[in-house]
Design a protein. Structure first.
Length: 388
């Protein structure tokens, strides 16, 4: 049986974000026909007995290493002064790098290493294995996009330096990789300039969702709107704030009776206070399970207009068949979903949402979404062996 060393840089559980969902499901599929030696660089709390039992079903061996991932202005300034990528200054630990390498050497019968997310490579050192990286996002592009929208001169300067060093780091780490897997064509085009042959696109995400079936509700009561996303990721907070500031006033003007549930992890204190000042909006932080929120909601919104990679919550919403309103940017990485209207301007977003007050239209969209998801799953079964 083929043996693979798989290195991740996020706490694996709970499955409360898109990148965790993708990582866990890749491991689940890989472990069916391969022996997985899992190294988890964990920035969170220790795993419970129940969580360790879940991980044991997707790995042959499991090593977890704790590290600190703390933002600070001092480290941002230090990264500029010493001319290094901010992540490298914030997280870099020679001791952990050595520990990772010792674990790798203990699995000498393995020939391949998969580095899950750019952050995991902060603990990379030269080796004789076949190295593959799964790039969840193009981190440099995210920083550049944020820089272009900033009106603060100091912030612009700091972000420009971060983007430059992140670009340089990505290029240097990719030189050590036999294969680089991206999640959409845009990231593939942006990253594959140096050596296109080593770059691949994961055209179909390796994701399986297990949950209760969703039922479209026929009622004339409050329309329940749902947003799900990590609230410590800039594109998510930017998107939902745009919806609150630009789209909700149009809904109010049209006398729409609604309730917005925001479900996500690790929001800033500033964001929490921002939501507290709003009416008809409920913030649900670090919930253990989001299934109940999908099942009780009428419409799922994705107002994302910035970022990179692919929005995994799109596919999760499709698996429920919950009626959805989304921007064209949120569709990146997904093909043939023209049955969902683009909602890029605030008026478009509001009008498309209001249109889904109609029960019959929600039912039809529900059917289209489930059909798309079923076909997507069939095609995704052919993806794994092509990539790994």
């Amino acid at each position: 049986m083929q043996q693979i060393i798989y290195i991740t840089s996020r706490r694996l559980l709970p499955l409360d974000s898109g990148d965790k969902l993708l990582t866990f499901n890749i491991l689940k599929r890989l472990s069916k026909e391969r022996s997985i030696h899992l190294i988890n660089l964990n920035e969170g709390s220790e795993y419970s007995t129940e969580e360790l039992d879940k991980i044991s079903h997707i790995s042959t061996t499991f090593n977890t290493i704790s590290y600190k991932n703390e933002h600070s202005l001092f480290k941002k300034l230090k990264s500029i002064i010493i001319n290094k990528m901010y992540w490298k200054v914030k997280i870099d630990s020679p001791q952990i790098t050595l520990e990772v390498m010792n674990i790798i050497k203990s699995h000498s019968s393995s020939k391949s290493i998969i580095w899950d997310h750019l952050r995991s490579t902060l603990f990379f050192s030269d080796n004789d294995y076949i190295n593959t990286i799964i790039e969840h996002n193009n981190e440099a592009e995210i920083i550049k996009s944020r820089m272009s929208k900033s009106n603060n001169i100091i912030e612009k300067f700091i972000l420009s330096q971060q983007a430059k060093k992140t670009d340089e780091y990505i290029q240097s780490i990719h030189k050590h990789m036999e294969k680089v897997i991206t999640l959409n064509q845009n990231d593939f085009k942006a990253l594959s300039n140096q050596n296109p042959n080593k770059y691949k696109v994961m055209k179909h995400l390796l994701l399986d969702f297990a949950h209760q079936p969703y039922e479209v509700k026929n009622h004339t009561d409050t329309l329940k709107i749902l947003f799900v996303g990590s609230l410590d990721w800039y594109p998510n907070t930017e998107g939902i704030e745009w919806f609150i500031e630009k789209v909700i006033p149009i809904l109010d003007k049209n006398n729409l009776n609604y309730e917005l549930n925001i479900v996500g992890r690790n929001p800033s204190g500033q964001f929490i206070n921002y939501i507290k000042s709003k009416s008809n909006i409920i913030l649900n932080i670090n919930v253990p399970c989001i299934e109940e929120f999908y099942l009780k909601s009428d419409i799922f919104i994705i107002p994302i207009q910035n970022g990179s990679g692919i929005n995994i919550k799109v596919l999760e919403a499709f698996s429920y068949g919950i009626p959805i309103v989304m921007t064209s940017f949120s569709k990146r990485g997904y093909e043939n979903i023209n049955f969902i209207k683009n909602s890029d301007l605030e008026e478009e977003f509001a009008n498309n949402l209001i249109e889904l007050k109609n029960f019959n239209k929600r039912v039809q969209l529900h059917k289209d979404l489930l059909a798309y998801y079923e076909n997507y799953q069939i095609e995704s079964n052919c993806t794994l062996n092509h990539l790994i």
